[in-house]
Design a protein around this ligand. Structure first.
Ligand code: ZN
Length: 320
């Protein structure tokens, strides 16, 4: 059971793609304001399918796309359970992606029909030339006693629900921007430090970035959505009461996207979910151990933005 991808509203446009050198220049001031030690370099991507990254593909290169599907409007104030997206036909419907190998990684709502419960999705899957699926997607849910339960999905489970922000590429190894930071001294999180700086640098030009980062040391505040609320959620406070927050421990592997601005596609500005090999996973907010935190990330720029199933008008909360 999922929506027919061909019947969904599809919007797509090419955007400005800076060189990785220029992206590096753009995000450096924001990182320096927020972290005591910052190192940036443009390198050949290490094999991200290996530990400690555990991605479904080795790299982040080739026909890159920053994609958003669905909307917080389909979750709030009350859920629309029909909003189920099968990522494979969704991507096969994008021009240029009809047949080729692809890798998708990012933050979305997990496929609630799989476990009959709302959950976070840490989307991380590859479809190779022969159509074989390599699926490293994890889901995270809140159990009846309020603890967190994390599972890897079956390899044929390629659905997400409600909303998501993912980076799509051919998954090839190529040049990426490596960002390493230690000790947080400012108030922005790792992603907002880069995003705000990038927005300032590129001014009225839209730039989109996707990739992966590792929280190497310390703890981060992350949420997991509770099961669907039976009463409407109308305010930010009600939303924060419904979300379940946890301090989760490194190492955590986060995947997602960030953009300079909403554009006429009403994009979510940043969205990362992380998973681990030790049973913790959720939606990244910020680290709670600034003195000892250490981040290491690999990023690439998106050449296109694709927006799928955008509602006519949209809520302005529920996007942190
Ligand atoms: Zn999220």
């Amino acid at each position: 059971m999922s929506l027919d991808s061909k019947s969904l509203k599809y919007e797509s446009k090419y955007i400005f793609t800076p060189t990785l050198e220029e992206l590096s220049k753009a995000i450096t001031p924001g990182l320096n304001e927020n972290f005591a030690e910052v190192t940036l370099s443009i390198i050949d991507c290490p094999d991200l399918s290996k530990a400690p990254y555990h991605l479904a593909s080795s790299g982040l290169t080739g026909d890159t796309i920053v994609m958003e599907y669905g909307s917080p409007d389909y979750l709030l104030p009350l859920v629309d359970k029909s909003k189920i997206y099968d990522l494979i036909p969704l991507i096969r419907n994008i021009s240029g992606y009809e047949n080729k190998e692809f890798f998708i990684a990012g933050a979305g709502a997990g496929p609630h029909p799989l476990i009959n419960q709302n959950c976070e999705g840490i989307m991380n899957l590859k479809v190779d030339k022969n159509g074989k699926i390599i699926n490293e997607t994890h889901i995270s849910r809140v159990t009846d006693d309020g603890s967190m339960d994390v599972q890897k999905v079956p390899s044929n489970e390629t659905r997400s629900a409600l909303l998501g922000n993912v980076f799509i590429s051919e998954g090839k190894v190529g040049k990426v921007l490596k960002v390493s930071c230690k000790k947080r001294i400012g108030s922005e999180n790792f992603i907002s430090a880069m995003r705000l700086s990038m927005a300032k640098h590129f001014k009225d030009t839209t730039v989109g970035v996707g990739g992966v980062f590792l929280i190497k040391t310390g703890k981060v505040k992350q949420h997991v959505m509770n099961d669907f609320s039976k009463s409407p959620i109308n305010t930010e406070d009600e939303l924060n009461n419904w979300l379940k927050f946890y301090d989760m421990s490194a190492p955590l592997i986060a995947v997602g996207t960030f953009v300079t601005d909403e554009t006429d596609f009403d994009l979510r500005l940043q969205h990362f979910h992380s998973f681990s090999m030790h049973g913790e996973a959720g939606h990244y907010h910020y680290d709670v151990t600034p003195d000892i935190v250490e981040y290491e990330g690999y990023f690439n720029v998106g050449a296109r933005i694709v927006r799928i199933d955008r509602p006519e008008s949209s809520l302005k909360f529920g996007r942190d």
